[in-house]
Design a protein around this ligand. Structure first.
Ligand SMILES: Nc1nc2c(c(=O)[nH]1)N[C@H]1C(S)=C(S)[C@@H](COP(=O)(O)OP(=O)(O)OC[C@H]3O[C@@H](n4cnc5c(=O)[nH]c(N)nc54)[C@H](O)[C@@H]3O)O[C@H]1N2
Ligand SMILES: Nc1nc2c(c(=O)[nH]1)N[C@H]1C(S)=C(S)[C@@H](COP(=O)(O)OP(=O)(O)OC[C@H]3O[C@@H](n4cnc5c(=O)[nH]c(N)nc54)[C@H](O)[C@@H]3O)O[C@H]1N2
Ligand code: SF4
Ligand SMILES: [Mo]
Length: 770
């Protein structure tokens, strides 16, 4: 039976030319418009002024690093940071009446945007078996219900515990401790869908899963690559760092199938010159690459560097570094010398001259940084592509020196910290041993389930209980039909959330909404006022302290909720873990962390200093914890993707006006798209070949070698300078198109980019705009 369609907000689509610069006055004005609509102006100002300041609140947006204390602007935030904070500090509230009025089926038909706009969740709610409405439940009963379900499982591995990267270090540590004391490593997280490919590639080749650069390194690099990322929308303050690098003489090479506004020009809203002037040109070179072509590009560059060394022996490669600090060079070099130019040009869509020009940039540079994000990690060849980027850095010793390094640009504000705290289904034995020694129980050693494998296990009925802490698993995960069916098979689904989202409407037999404090809010516990800590993309761990009055007196902090669930499930009293102590004073959690996580010793005292703690990265001390004890050159192979005639490679991406699964408006100002998100961006030449024109209505159909048809209906075509043969459309509307089995090799990360599609004219007409 066909389900009634979801109600997607839709205005008349208007298309204007894409912007050629990012940030500047309109950015700030837009943020304020959104904030005034959502919150009380005074509240907004209090929040914003402390954001990213020493002792203030950490921006709940992206994981970009703050400048050193003393070097921060009075307004150290971007348009998006302001929007995220106001989305949380909204004055709108969801009460029990709301759930009386709206059944779960009704909510299931609402759009993601509508659900988010209803305001903050205020009290715990339960949906009981066979019912179609959530109803209020006390905290004691809610926690008891969840604990009883967990205790009734045949094995602890019938539960999964999902986290998204907004969760603080303290809550993350408590969650993983609970899961492991309960007996499972089933700790899927948003990182499985985000930078997992980076983690695997960097671990294998450098012996660390994290990036190696600091803001200082970026400021002092003389060549910076921006590969597969859109900083203007997704990491706006990165543009300030790039502006500074340019002032110091850096050149920037942007590699992207889309000419993103933030890659072209930046008007710094924090400076008068930025506001009125033409701004700073960001990219000196723009490589309009075909999706998935980056591995070929870096392999070609590596070949050119080897050939330059042949021509000028001793002058191109860093021989000392290669000899002393790396292994596998000979095999790598032999392999790379065979790279075929026709294949490279086909895979990248670039000319040989363009690639040789970049080689010349490299030869003229002493200090190179490569930054990347989802345009690399979310491809089938994400892991080998990053390994090839590492090869590229190793050749000229661009690692471990000031102004050089690898910079995977993280998404969620604390996604990196959550991993440091042990949120990973495959934590190494060293961490598990330390946990055992500290707490006196034997953690399970078998690897747990990641996000994709959790969905498979839920589909097969092997998972009975799903607990999500932050995030929106149902919408973040691929293959919506499969994922939604999998969630519905669970006995109990429970979510610790600040706002309503799709995951609350696609529920197990019983479902719980456990509403929690956001990062902007004061967190008062028995031991007094608490702060939490977070880690940014550059391994800096610092405090975040909320200032606002909680959205409801019934809210509990994430730490409190998790400690109570743990106590009820595992018991308290002698011999048990100190959940009560943890709940009343987060300093007690940090004391334990300081004995488990290397680099966080004396955590409480050191994190209180302005600027906090920078976790050491062994690579920067010349230490490579790899199989050979040295940095590893690798041999990477690739095949150009086969795109049959009439088909395109689709990437799913973010608009300027959304936070992951939550669209804030229907507009994408920088790309010139207004009024609708159900659009597919295609190169004009491809459109002509397909016989399509602007605003033609199409269904997007993905092609995968199974029988299932995956179709996203009712899209409008927008001509856009995407690389030839490729298309782009927004996530999460296109989630339905990504097959669960379409994952990156090695990392098992869903391939949200590089999906083979065709565009079909629909049989049914589109509903009218409203
Ligand atoms: N405003 C806002 N900020 C955010 C988020 C948000 O939703 N909204 N989300 C946060 C999160 S969790 C994350 S992970 C980050 C994501 O930050 P990004 O990685 O910038 O996010 P995407 O929108 O997925 O954009 C991917 C970029 O890679 C390019 N690309 C796609 N395929 C390829 C390819 O094959 N090769 C190359 N070279 N480029 C390619 C796309 O054109 C696009 O510019 O942003 C974080 N910041
Ligand atoms: N097709 C496609 N799929 C993708 C991607 C893509 O590019 N394309 N990107 C992937 C990436 S990079 C990521 S990171 C994931 C994102 O996946 P998630 O992190 O799971 O999703 P979010 O949309 O960030 O989660 C938003 C929800 O988090 C809750 N929330 C917000 N703040 C707090 C808080 O402080 N505490 C608690 N407890 N809850 C809070 C709110 O209820 C809100 O509705 O999606 C992935 N999925
Ligand atoms: S760049 Fe990221 S961390 Fe900084 S204010 Fe903007 S959203 Fe927040
Ligand atoms: Mo992400």
């Amino acid at each position: 039976m066909k389900k009634p369609p979801r109600e997607e907000p839709r205005d008349e689509l208007t298309v204007t030319p894409p912007k050629t610069w990012a940030a500047g006055v309109p950015a700030v004005v837009h943020a304020l418009e959104y904030s005034l609509e959502q919150t009380h102006p005074r509240q907004t100002a209090v929040d914003l002024l402390t954001m990213n300041q020493v002792g203030g609140i950490d921006c709940p947006g992206c994981a970009w690093a703050d400048p050193a204390p003393g070097h921060r602007h009075r307004n150290e935030y971007c348009e998006n940071g302001a929007k995220h904070i106001n989305d949380e500090a909204t004055t709108r509230r969801i009460s029990a009446d709301f759930f009386r009025e709206h059944s779960v089926s009704d909510l299931g038909r609402r759009s993601d945007m509508w659900l988010n706009q209803q305001g903050r969740l205020t009290e715990p709610m339960v949906k009981r078996p066979g019912r179609d409405h959530y109803e209020p439940i006390s905290w004691i009963d809610a926690v008891g219900l969840l604990a009883e379900e967990l205790k009734s499982l045949d094995t602890p591995d019938e539960a999964v515990f999902y986290t998204s990267g907004r969760v603080s270090n303290e809550a993350a540590f408590v969650l993983q401790l609970f899961a492991r004391a309960f007996g499972t490593n089933n700790l899927p997280d948003c990182s499985n869908m985000c930078h997992e490919s980076s983690g695997f590639a960097l671990h294998e080749t450098l012996g660390t899963g994290k990036g190696t650069v600091s803001l200082q390194d970026l400021h002092h690099a003389d060549l910076i690559f921006l590969v597969g990322q859109n900083p203007g929308s997704n990491h706006p303050r990165q543009l300030s760092a790039l502006e500074e690098a340019k002032r110091n003489g850096a050149r920037i090479v942007a590699v992207n199938p889309l000419p993103e506004a933030g890659l072209l020009r930046f008007k710094n809203p924090q400076k008068p010159r930025g506001v009125i002037g033409g701004g700073t040109e960001i990219a000196d070179r723009f490589l309009h690459i075909r999706p998935g072509g980056d591995l070929a590009l870096f392999q070609a560059l590596n070949r050119l560097l080897l050939e330059a060394e042949d021509a000028r022996p001793g002058e191109v490669l860093d021989h000392d570094f290669v000899r002393d600090s790396t292994s596998g060079f000979e095999e790598f070099a032999e392999h790379v010398r065979e790279t075929s130019w026709p294949d490279v040009l086909a895979a990248t869509g670039l000319t040989r001259q363009e690639i040789e020009d970049v080689r010349d940039d490299v030869l003229g540079s002493e200090r190179v940084v490569v930054c990347w994000a989802m345009g690399i990690t979310q491809h089938k060849h994400g892991v080998p592509t990053i390994r090839e980027i590492v090869n590229f850095l190793l050749l000229r010793g661009n690692l471990g020196r000031a102004g050089t390094g690898a910079c995977p640009v993280r998404g969620h504000s604390n996604v990196q910290g959550d991993r440091t705290m042990g949120i990973w289904e495959q934590m190494p034995d060293s961490f598990l041993d330390a946990l055992r020694d500290e707490f006196g129980f034997e953690p399970p050693r078998a690897h747990g389930l990641d996000s994709v494998d959790s969905i498979r296990a839920m589909s097969e009925g092997r998972i009975k209980v799903f607990l999500g802490v932050a995030g929106n698993f149902v919408r973040a995960a691929p293959d919506s039909a499969v994922t939604e069916e999998a969630m519905r098979r669970c006995r109990l689904t429970a979510h610790v959330s600040t706002k309503l989202n799709r995951s609350h409407t696609v529920c197990g037999r019983t479902a719980l909404i456990l509403p929690t404090l956001g990062r902007t809010e004061r967190d008062h516990q028995a031991g007094g006022e608490q702060f939490v800590t977070v880690e940014n993309s550059m391994s800096e761990v610092h405090t975040s302290r909320g200032r606002l009055k909680p959205a409801s007196p019934l809210l509990l902090s994430e730490v409190a909720i998790l400690c109570r669930i743990a106590r009820r499930t595992l018991g308290d009293g002698p011999g048990h873990l100190p959940w009560e102590e943890f709940e009343s004073d987060y300093g007690a959690i940090r004391d334990r962390v300081s004995r488990i996580v290397p680099g966080l010793h004396d955590f409480n005292r050191r994190v209180a200093r302005p600027g906090g703690i920078r976790l050491p990265n062994p690579v920067n001390e010349g230490v490579f914890r790899t199989a050979t004890g040295k940095a590893l050159f690798t041999r990477n192979t690739w095949q150009p993707p086969h795109v049959p005639e009439g088909h395109l490679l689709l990437q799913t991406l973010r608009s300027h006006d959304q936070w992951n699964t939550v669209p804030y408006t229907q507009n994408d100002r920088y790309r010139g798209i207004h009024g609708s998100r159900r659009v597919v961006l295609v190169n004009p030449a491809d459109l002509a070949a397909l016989g399509l024109r602007e605003k033609d209505r199409v269904d997007v159909v993905s092609v995968w070698h199974d029988d299932a048809e995956r179709r996203a209906e009712g899209f409008e075509v927008v001509p856009y300078p995407t690389a030839p043969g490729s298309a782009a459309a927004y996530y999460p509307e296109t989630q339905v198109l990504v097959p669960l089995d379409s994952v990156a090799d090695i990392s098992n990360q869903p391939t949200s980019k590089g999906i083979l599609i065709r565009l079909e004219r629909p049989v049914r007409p589109l509903p009218p705009a409203h």
